[in-house]
Structures are given as C-alpha cells and as structure tokens.
Write a protein that binds this ligand. Structure first.
Ligand code: ATP
Ligand code: ZN
Length: 297
C-alpha cells in the first residue's frame, strides 16, 4: 500500500507559478519537465498531475487526485453545474492560499448608461461562467440572456454578440483596453487548496495530514511578523494593546535599565508603518520587525 498522495495543479497559466512556489516554500521539491503530465517529489510522498484548471474540480470529485489548487471562481462554477449536495459531499475546501486574486464582474461598454443591476434586464451577457452569472441574475430577480463563450469575452460587445460581459478582472486593464467599464462584482476569488472528502487509507491520510500542516505553516508564517521592542514599565499595557494579533507577548528584564521591559511577540497580522508610529508615540523604543520563515503551532 502506497502512502503517496496526488495533487492536481494548473499546467500553465496564472495559478501555476504561485502553486509551485507554495510547494517549494513548504519544503516539497518537485522537478518539472516540459510537456510532462506527471511530476514527482523526491523528498515528500506526493505526485503532481498537471492539467487545465477547469478540470481540477472533477478530478477531485472523481478521486483521481486527493488534492487540488484551483480558483474559487472555477470551484463555484463547477459546484453550480452539478448537484450541489453531491459536490459538497465529495469536495472539501481546506485553505485560502493568498494568491490568484481576481473578481468575476459584469462590464458594459463605456457609453452604456448603467445605474443599477436592473439595467441588465433583457440584455445579453457573454460569459465563460454561465452558472455563476445565472445564479447572480436569479438572486437579483433579473431576466437576461446569458451567452456562453469560451474565450475573448471582452470583444463580444464590439462584435455585436452581446450587450455586456461577465468575466474575470484583476487590474481592469483589459476592460479599459476594450472600452468597457466594470459595473457589478459577482464574486471575489482567490486560489484555494481543495481535497477529496472521502476517507483515505491510513498511510495516505498520514501524508495528507502532513501536507496540510506544511501548507498551513507556510501561510501562517507569511502572514506573521516577529516584533521586538523596549517599553517603559508604566506604558506596557498600552503598548501591548497596539500590537496586532498578539495575545501572550514574552516579557524580559533589560540589564541596566530597570524602568523598561523587553517585549517579544509574534504578530498574526500585518505590521504597518502606522503601527510602528503608534508604538513609538506610546513610548516604545528599539522597535524591530522581522519576517517569520517557518511556523508550527
Ligand atoms: P487553462 O488553460 O488552465 O484553462 P485559463 O486560461 O482558464 O487556463 P488562467 O487565465 O491561467 O486560466 O487563469 C487561471 C485562474 O487564475 C483563474 O480561474 C482565476 O482563478 C485566476 N486569476 C487571477 N487573476 C486573473 C485574471 N486577471 N484573469 C483571469 N484569471 C485570473
Ligand atoms: Zn481554464
């Protein structure tokens, strides 16, 4: 019985580099070969299947792969296209991964006078996400015609194929270049780690648990900062209250300075310049903020 688990990743596209980078930061070495469908790790019992992102939900549903990395947009579209209960019985969302950020939005030509979602009534909307679009229109009680296209959605209005589009946007540059304006966001998306729900056999489950812990450790570390500072004793409470996401700081006496205390803490949230300025204002000195490389709770 093998303990190797199988992970589905996008072969080439917007999620590929960040997905491989996440594995590397988790200490999982994968050697990639061009045009290869499969690659293996030599230092972790995991095999990687490289596919189109749209195929990943089905590969997890059918248990061809144990894990996958895919955008929420693709996952929700797949879920709406199936029996939703069946989908949630078979696919588990494990973690948001903090990359692949985009939104699914409705955009209209610049000269379209758009005031509210009601202006979409009886219009035709081109999209590659017919189920997410229909779901949105149903919730808003709007009757509109969805036109399924597989690519180049943004030129549909100019070609006279549709009045509006519903597509993924990150910076808005593509819309701008095609004389379109974003008027309505349907979904905020990012990459997710998903897992087949049915139980694995014991050895694979051990690998799966280890894999999830590694990924969680990397995400936790990348969001965290280690902060050190000196605080006047009488300002200690006030200063600790400013530290973002800190519950139990370590306090130390400072040799030769009985009026101050050394404070060390892991901040679970971003530490901005404004936070440092507020600490300084409250009386803190010698403030140091450092990245956290690895973390295990
Ligand atoms: P494939 O050949 O794998 O089907 P694709 O053309 O469907 O590729 P990409 O454009 O590489 O897919 O996008 C993959 C995912 O990246 C999207 O489903 C989405 O979750 C995310 N993404 C992030 N930013 C954007 C963006 N600006 N436009 C499109 N997708 C984005
Ligand atoms: Zn795709």
């Amino acid at each position: 019985m093998s303990n190797r688990i199988r992970l589905a990743l996008q072969k080439s596209g917007r999620l590929s580099e960040d997905s491989f980078d996440l594995l590397a930061r988790s200490g999982i070495k994968i050697r990639r070969h061009r045009d290869q469908l499969f690659c293996h790790s030599e230092n972790f019992p995991i095999d990687v299947l490289l596919v189109r992102d749209d195929d990943i939900p089905a590969l997890i549903m059918e248990q061809v792969c144990d894990f996958g990395i895919v955008g929420l947009n693709v996952l929700q579209e797949a879920s709406l296209a199936q029996n939703a209960q069946d989908f949630t019985d078979r696919v588990d969302m494990i973690h948001k991964l903090n990359f692949g950020f985009c939104r699914l939005s409705v955009a209209v030509p610049r000269d379209f006078e758009y005031k509210s979602v009601n202006d979409l009534a009886h219009k035709s909307i081109a999209t590659t996400y017919p189920h997410l679009l229909q779901n949105f229109l149903d919730k808003e009680n709007i009757q509109a015609k969805s036109i399924g296209l597989t690519g180049s959605i943004e030129i549909a209005p100019r070609l006279g194929i549709a009045d509006a589009i519903c597509d993924l946007v990150s910076t808005g540059g593509t819309l701008e270049a095609n004389h379109l304006k974003e008027v309505q966001t349907i979904l905020h998306s990012q990459a997710l780690l998903i897992k087949a729900k049915p139980a694995l056999d014991r050895d694979k489950q051990k690998t799966a648990d280890l894999f999830i812990r590694r990924i969680q450790g990397v995400l936790l570390a990348s969001e965290s900062k280690y902060i050190m500072l000196h605080a006047p004793k009488d300002k200690l409470k006030q200063i600790v209250a400013i530290l973002p996401g800190v519950e139990h700081p370590t306090l130390m006496t400072l040799e030769g300075d009985p009026d101050k205390i050394g404070v060390h803490a892991v901040c679970g949230e971003s530490v901005f310049w404004e936070t440092l300025e507020a600490l300084k204002e409250a009386g803190a000195s010698s403030i140091l903020v450092m990245p956290v490389e690895k973390m295990m709770m």
